[in-house]
Design a protein around this ligand. Structure first.
Ligand code: ADP
Length: 248
């Protein structure tokens, strides 16, 4: 059952940089449990939107709610992470000198104690959580390997796992398959699809074949607002979308 209502409400969000509107009255809703792809040409405002959701950038106008009760615009970046919004940037940032397992132990213990956690005992629930995550990201047989030895794709999955260890309700994922082999791309699609339902996931992605393989609903951003929304076929056949991409 994925119908838990709306988890993210962005309404009339505007962000200006020196008079230039990076976001221009952006309105976007994400359903709980959905896997949404965000596409759009360079400069469309995708990164700025993620920055607003995570509290890195404050909008000049508009409202942003997480669930029915959490006003994101009143919270700091760490408070937003604490409230259950995780963000995966494009480049993997794992602790290369530590093992897969240790990376997950650090993550499950929470970012606040990240430097003091190694070696201190985790409770049973945390151990179970790590096993669950290892299974989800399918790195059980790499648990004792130093993260620095993993392939690019495995590092990306580990970092997604580190976010999952913190049990986010909404995951923002920026270009997850950039630089991956075709096999890694396929496994990443399976991974993201397996998260939908339990988590809400927003994926910013340029690779249209990948978007086609995962998304039920696609939002096209252009000039700081939503140009089109629908299935990948609907948006790819939308003349306004075709025009914007031809102009790139
Ligand atoms: P996208 O992620 O879709 O490529 P961005 O959100 O990064 O788009 O950028 C939207 C527009 O806002 C771009 O034209 C970009 O140059 C501009 N922009 C983004 N961040 C800043 C900033 N910190 N200062 C000035 N301009 C910015």
């Amino acid at each position: 059952d994925t119908s838990h209502g709306t988890i993210l409400y962005l309404e009339d969000i505007s962000v200006s940089f020196d008079g230039f509107k990076a976001l221009n009255a952006l309105t976007l809703y994400i359903d709980a449990g959905e896997l949404r792809c965000i596409i759009g040409p360079n400069g469309a405002g995708k990164t700025t939107m993620m920055d607003v959701i995570t509290g890195k950038t404050r909008p000049d106008a508009g409202s942003a709610w997480f669930g029915q009760t959490t006003d994101l615009l009143t919270l700091s970046e760490p408070q937003i992470a604490e409230a259950g919004i995780g963000r995966k940037f494009q480049k993997p940032t794992v602790f290369e000198q530590h093992t897969v397992m240790e990376n997950l132990e650090l993550a499950v213990a929470g970012t606040k104690t990240i430097w003091t956690t190694l070696g201190s005992p985790l409770d049973r629930r945390q151990h179970e959580r790590i096993e669950e995550v290892l299974e989800t990201i399918r790195l059980q047989d790499r648990r004792s390997m130093r993260a620095g030895m993993l392939s690019h794709g495995q590092k990306q999955w580990l970092e997604i796992g580190m976010l999952l260890a913190q049990e986010p309700r909404l995951l923002l994922v920026d270009e997850p398959v950039a630089g991956m082999t075709p096999q890694e791309v396929e496994r990443t699609a399976e991974l993201l699809l397996s998260l939908a339902g339990k988590h809400s996931v927003m994926v910013v992605e340029h690779d249209m074949d990948f978007v086609r393989s995962i998304a039920r609903r696609v939002t096209v951003l252009h000039e700081g607002h939503v140009l089109a929304e629908g299935t990948i076929d609907e948006v790819q056949n939308d003349p306004r979308v075709v025009e914007v991409y031809l102009g790139e």
